[in-house]
Write a protein that binds this ligand. Structure first.
Ligand SMILES: *[C@@H]1O[C@H](CO)[C@@H](O)[C@H](O)[C@H]1NC(C)=O
Ligand SMILES: *[C@@H]1O[C@H](CO)[C@@H](O)[C@H](O)[C@H]1NC(C)=O
Ligand SMILES: *[C@@H]1O[C@H](CO)[C@@H](O)[C@H](O)[C@H]1NC(C)=O
Ligand SMILES: *[C@@H]1O[C@H](CO)[C@@H](O)[C@H](O)[C@H]1NC(C)=O
Ligand SMILES: CC(=O)N[C@H]1CO[C@H](CO)[C@@H](O)[C@@H]1O
Length: 736
């Protein structure tokens, strides 16, 4: 830990009216950074770009300070859902739950709250958000850390999260770049991704992150087209820094760097954690070896200068040179020593836990509950792990309600409100008798269910990062079934209780056919990966204080093979191209069980009055490169509106989704692609207007031959719907 604050007066111009955090300009930041770098010698510059080694500083990632320019050693910390290895922090809902809300405001507020915790702790860089994995494989172990296999939804979520984190003064890190779609063999397999697929799917949300001025990007463990992504000049220098105009720095995933000279010359800017975890100084790829490589000309000094400028510019860009708190906690001593930074962040945590819940089935309006006389609560997923919510390191077990997956994408629960805690509180108000069987013991579950008017069965499915194996799942899930006899538990309850409601906490899609074959299963609540406020968010929906408004951010299939993609043992050639998740189901004519964008409500909505106004013209983008790509790629070229009315009896929110179908002049393309969504909260009888501003990007395809985004000529279909398959309004937009 850096204890002294070095004065920067006289070295760097100090503006009196400090810009608000995160509202900096890159050109001002670069002017400061290049002036500062000019004052440094090679050793100092190498110190800025080289990690000090695993557990050699008090954060999960640390580099050296440059006292002569007032640059403190920065503190880098996991994770995408809150600060890991710290105390007194919020355990936010996972990224996938934030995406399930389809609520830009909530996603932004989550980012802001995380940024405030980051700043409050004196952390400089938060290692999130995630859009790699995007989620092409339903079993992918880390999908829950990110948002959605739909690049548009993931891109908006990246942008809102980054705006939130950086607006509060932290540096965000978009990760893992790129093709990190599975845990199996992640350190050796190659993602062989075609150019158009790269642009239209996997790169798309990273481009939105760059457009949101993300400070850093983390290159991933896997290879891309046979070259490690942290050694890959094409993906790092040509695509990310060149085509997308990325202004920040690229750091390696922890120990994903494999060379000294090649990584530097290919575009890597910061090595993390610096060594290979061994603590042996000679295992540091950069440090003295990079000094020598610059001195003997193997790495141009201009490249080293550029690395240091990128790192310093990002620090200036978010305003961390001005009164940024010092970190006082120690990640390696249970995160003790820092302030409590939770503030009122449980409010947004609860809102996302609640609004990310997707109601899949609700026969005869069995939900919300109306003060039932008796209610059975069945399954270990209803309760907190009896050993405590943090009993398992990096959440490496599935011994209680599932509120986050496992691995480095976790943090410590400050507390955990379990489903049972929240249901018990309501039951005592409602005089509901609870009959409990909080294990997955099938006969005990059946016995409990027999004694109650209604039964809630809790089941789950977990996954995580591949350095941990939980119940035989080495990161990626082994299958798409509930864990620990979940299907048998549901069957036993449904056999004896006519009002069986299944509550599911899952990292991603499950096959629900077994559950649906029980005719007494009258309700299914898809409760996601909701974080510390899981029980409160669930109770809000079960008891009807809030109507459910989440929508699936992925497709739930009838059988695993319907996805058309899966984890592979060797290299992945991405043969499916553009056709992942709903794009594949639509193209192949496969009926899913619950489609992308699906979710029920306690009220009903009608859609009307589609209006499409467009100024789009066909042809390639021509703007100069700005963060995110050609500057005109992000300009609004069409505005679509539609009216949505709440035709039911309770207040509720509808996510009105916009899909497009490109004209026939475009090359082979998915029948529908999400290109807008608007969530409207409406009282009974109230009408609202869903508004969509389509960017040029949203009407383009990537033309491999010209290496440009192109708006095709012809008629685009415009669909507005309540899901990807429940289309309510159809219009068109013609481009000349
Ligand atoms: C580089 O600068 C540092 C800090 O001023 C100094 O300690 C070190 O000796 C310098 N190294 C060289 C090779 O001049
Ligand atoms: C991978 O190689 C193919 C074939 O050469 C090329 O078209 C594509 O752009 C490459 N993709 C990446 C991400 O480098
Ligand atoms: C330059 O130095 C690096 C690091 O010591 C070394 O690996 C490399 O072989 C050297 N190259 C030349 C041309 O001397
Ligand atoms: C961290 O906390 C755990 C559980 O409370 C305890 O077993 C362990 O000894 C602590 N480690 C340190 C370094 O204090
Ligand atoms: C008591 C109990 O349920 N223990 C389980 C805790 O989690 C591990 C790993 O998931 C299981 O193996 C134990 O059976």
């Amino acid at each position: 830990m850096q204890l002294s604050l070095f004065p920067i007066l006289g070295l760097i111009p100090l503006s009196l009216a400090a810009p608000s955090a995160g509202a900096g300009s890159w050109s001002a930041a670069y002017a400061k950074a290049s002036a500062a770098v000019a004052k440094l010698n090679i050793t100092e510059k190498v110190g800025i770009v080289t990690g000090v080694g695993w557990q050699k500083g008090n954060c999960v990632g640390n580099t050296s300070p440059a006292p002569s320019i007032g640059y403190r050693a920065p503190c880098l910390m996991d994770s995408p859902l809150g600060v890991r290895y710290a105390q007194g922090v919020t355990a936010f809902p996972a990224g996938i739950q934030a995406a399930s809300t389809w609520d830009r405001t909530l996603i932004n507020e989550r980012g802001t709250a995380m940024g405030q915790e980051v700043r409050g702790l004196g952390v400089n860089v938060l290692l999130g958000p995630v859009c790699g994995p995007l989620g092409k494989n339903a079993r992918g172990g880390r999908n829950w850390e990110g948002f959605s296999p739909d690049p548009y939804l993931a891109g908006i979520a990246m942008q809102e999260t980054i705006n939130g984190i950086q607006g509060a003064g932290g540096q965000a890190c978009a990760k893992h770049y790129i093709g990190n779609e599975q845990e199996l063999n992640r350190g050796s397999m190659s993602a062989n991704i075609g150019d158009r697929t790269l642009h239209e799917l996997y790169l798309w949300p990273f481009a939105d992150a760059v457009k949101a001025n993300v400070a850093s990007v983390m290159c991933s463990y896997n290879k891309v087209n046979g070259t490690y992504s942290c050694e890959n000049k094409h993906t790092m220098t040509e695509v990310l820094k060149g085509e997308l105009g990325f202004k920040g720095y690229i750091m390696s995933d922890w120990n994903a760097q494999t060379t000294t000279i090649n990584s530097a010359n290919s575009g890597l800017d910061m090595s993390m954690p610096g060594d290979d975890y061994s603590g042996i100084p000679s295992h540091i790829y950069w440090g003295p070896k990079l000094v020598a490589s610059v001195e003997n000309g193997s790495v141009p000094e201009s490249r080293l200068n550029n690395m240091a400028e990128r790192i310093l510019a990002s620090w200036y860009y978010v305003g961390q040179d001005k009164n940024y708190p010092l970190d006082t906690f120690d990640a390696w001593n249970n995160g003790t020593g820092g302030p409590d930074v939770q503030d009122d962040h449980k409010v947004v945590a609860r809102a996302i836990a609640r609004d990310g819940i997707v109601l899949l089935k609700n026969d005869d309006k069995v939900l919300p509950l109306h003060k039932p006389k008796s209610l059975a609560i069945v399954g270990y997923d209803a309760i907190t792990n009896p050993d405590g919510p943090n009993a398992c390191t990096d959440r490496n077990c599935d011994n209680g309600t599932l509120a986050m997956g496992w691995g480095s994408g976790t943090d410590q629960f400050p507390y955990l409100v379990s489903p049972l805690d929240a249901i018990q509180a309501q039951a005592s108000k409602d005089n509901t008798k609870l009959v409990l069987s909080t294990s997955n013991d099938v006969s005990a579950g059946g016995n409990a269910a027999k004694q109650a008017d209604m039964a809630l069965v809790f089941i789950n499915a977990d996954s995580g990062e591949g350095y941990i194996t939980v119940e035989g799942n080495a990161g990626d899930r082994n299958d798409l079934n509930p864990w620990n006899n979940g299907n048998e538990l549901v069957a036993a309850v449904a056999a004896v209780n006519k009002k069986t409601i299944v509550v599911i906490h899952s990292v991603g899609p499950l096959i629900l056919e077994s559950i649906l074959s029980n005719k007494n299963v009258v309700g299914i609540v898809w409760a996601g990966i909701p974080g510390q406020e899981t029980g409160n968010g669930l109770a809000d929906v079960l008891h009807g204080s809030t109507s459910p408004s989440g929508k699936l951010p992925y497709t739930i299939a009838k059988q695993p093979s319907d996805y058309g993609t899966d984890i592979v043992p060797g290299d992945d050639n991405y043969p499916e191209g553009l056709y992942i998740d709903y794009r594949h189901f639509d193209k192949a004519g496969i009926t899913p069980r619950y489609e992308f964008g699906f979710g029920l409500s306690y009220t009903s909505f009608s859609f009307s009055r589609l209006s499409v106004r467009s100024s789009a013209t066909s042809g390639p983008t021509h703007g100069s490169t700005a963060p995110g790509g050609p500057s005109d790629l992000y300009s609004t070229v069409a505005t679509v509106t539609a009216q949505v009315k709440n035709t039911g009896k309770v207040t509720g929110a509808e996510v009105a989704q916009l899909y497009i179908d490109l004209p026939s002049s475009a090359p082979d393309h998915p029948p529908k692609q999400l290109r807008g969504f608007d969530k409207l909260q409406l009282r009974p009888g109230q009408t609202g207007t869903a508004t969509y501003e389509l960017r040029k990007k949203d009407l383009s395809y990537w033309d491999v031959a010209s290496q440009k985004w192109v708006v095709p000529k012809g008629t685009f279909k415009v669909y507005i719907g309540a899901s990807s398959r429940n289309i309510k309004l159809t219009g068109s937009l013609t481009v000349h």
